[in-house]
Design a protein around this ligand. Structure first.
Ligand code: PLP
Length: 479
């Protein structure tokens, strides 16, 4: 990370002082969060460290402006500066991804997915229905027509990856609105290889006939072939929607190219901005010109006023990602994940799909006699921040789980390379080997409690601190 000069440190201190004068606990928590982030080995695959220019851009009065609508077509007066911000962010996103259209208003990944779903529904169903009913706009519909339309919408079918195979809650999980508003069928992975089985997917799709085929994941350690996904979608008349929330940075950094790049294959692509893309917390949607008009209606369909200060920060993050240095970063993220996976496997840790070719690794910790929850907690006690995750067909369910997901985007931003990730693999394996489940009253291994052999947690923390000190976060920033 680039060295920060001392006037910026002084400025940050002053700014925290301003916050402190209003609510000291918030200033203290903000300082303390920086200290915690600096001191922990952050391996959460969905997290990163945004640059200071990106962070600074969020702290301005752009936040104060209401700007519902679209560029040049707002429901509020005086939006000229927000127009500039949104147009620049959208231009950078289009150029970065080579997309026909970019909508940068969604507040988060879930919002981006809701915009995507509703715009696909309205493009595929609303317009034909309006035509059938002889209405020009939805405002011309009677209450009965609306009943009709709602029934049609509710009957729609979506097919996405199941949660325990690595899909996301928004891909049709029963406790998410996507699982309520759609008839849902999920696809998993091949039980032997752990990989997506495209032939089976095609056979399932032929039977289920989804309106929307969703591709994308949060915990699948492999690349997806979007050309094959497109063929399957075309075969059954589905719209192909790709949720690249996790791997947008690898697309932006040109690690995923050709058939591994969803843009050009998918009709609609949604994403977060804060994961591997390393921007502010937020979302965006890319679309073909065919789907653009319905995506453009994200507000008022799903969203209220855009977060203009965050759109400004997205513009910076997209601009940063267009620099050559971001391509180096993205390649390092993927190379480091390989080094981490190899380091773990050679020390006897079992990985789902026996490796990785993206930014994340999914460990199956059951061979250590541990649940994901126990492993996650023992690692945290040792200064290693991860999150537990289901493995395919997980016998421990979604709460305790049998897996731990780790990723390389954040520590790669700090400057970690293959040697450091091999050292991280050594630390993780050491903790897992030293952790034993506490047996229940009935004598069976418990799912939550555990003990770590004496001294291991402290030794791991010290070794992690050494790695972290050699690769400082926001170097030069002293508060
Ligand atoms: C993280 C994630 C989301 C949701 O993003 P939020 O910003 O937390 O709402 C959606 N889809 C996928 C695949 C994700 O990994």
């Amino acid at each position: 990370m680039a060295e920060i000069n001392s006037p910026l440190s002084a400025l940050y201190s002053q700014l925290l002082g301003v916050i402190e004068s209003v609510e000291p606990r918030i200033a203290a928590a903000t300082r303390s969060e920086l200290a915690d982030q600096r001191a922990s080995l952050k391996l959460i695959a969905s997290e990163n460290y945004a640059s200071l220019p990106v962070l600074l851009t969020m702290g301005t009065w752009l936040s104060d402006k209401y700007a519902e609508g679209t560029v040049g077509h707002r429901f509020y007066a005086g939006c000229q500066n927000v127009d500039t911000v949104e147009a620049v962010a959208s231009e950078h996103a289009r150029e970065l991804f080579g997309a026909e259209y970019a909508y940068v208003q969604p507040h988060s990944g879930i919002d981006a997915n809701l915009v995507a779903y509703w715009s696909i529904l309205s493009h595929r169903i609303e317009s034909p229905t309006l035509e059938r009913l002889g209405a020009k706009t939805v405002n011309d519909l009677s209450e009965d027509d609306w009943e009709d339309l709602r029934a049609t919408f509710n009957a729609q079918r979506v097919m996405g990856m199941s949660l325990d195979a690595g899909g996301h809650l928004t891909h049709g999980f029963r406790h998410n609105i996507s699982g309520k508003m759609f008839r849902q069928h999920s696809y998993g992975t091949n039980p032997e290889t752990g990989l997506i089985d495209y032939d089976k997917l095609l056979a399932d799709a032929r039977e289920f006939k989804p309106l929307i085929l969703v591709a994308g994941y949060s915990a699948y350690p492999r690349r997806v072939n979007f050309a094959k996904m497109r063929e399957i979608a075309d075969e059954v008349g589905a719209t192909l929607f790709v949720d690249m929330a996790h791997f947008a940075g690898l697309v932006a950094g040109k690690v995923f190219t050709g058939e591994e790049n969803p843009v050009g294959y998918a009709d609609v692509v949604a994403s977060t901005t804060h994961k591997s893309l390393r921007g502010p917390r937020g979302g965006f949607v890319l679309a073909t010109s065919e789907y653009a008009p319905s995506v453009d209606r994200g507000c008022p369909m799903v969203l209220g006023g855009p977060l203009s200060h965050v759109m400004a920060a997205k513009a910076l993050a997209f601009a940063e990602a267009r620099q050559e240095s971001f391509q180096t970063y993205a390649q390092n993220v993927a190379d480091n994940a390989k080094a981490l996976a190899e380091g773990l496997m050679k020390r006897g840790v079992k990985l789902v799909t026996d490796g990785t070719d993206n930014h994340l690794v999914l460990m199956d910790v059951s061979s250590f006699g541990l649940t994901g929850r126990q492993a996650e907690s023992a690692l945290l006690d040792s200064g290693v921040v991860t999150n537990r995750n289901s493995v395919p067909n997980d016998p421990n369910g979604a709460w305790y789980t049998s897996g731990v997901r780790i990723g390389t985007p954040a520590l790669t931003t700090r400057g970690f390379g293959a040697a450091e990730f091999d050292a991280v693999a050594e630390l993780i394996t050491g903790v897992l080997k030293a952790t034993t489940p506490v047996t229940t009253a009935a004598g069976a291994p418990g799912k939550a409690k555990y003990t770590i052999a004496d001294g291991v947690a402290d030794r791991t923390k010290a070794a992690a601190a050494e790695l972290l000190d050699a690769n400082p976060l926001y170097p030069g920033l002293e508060l």
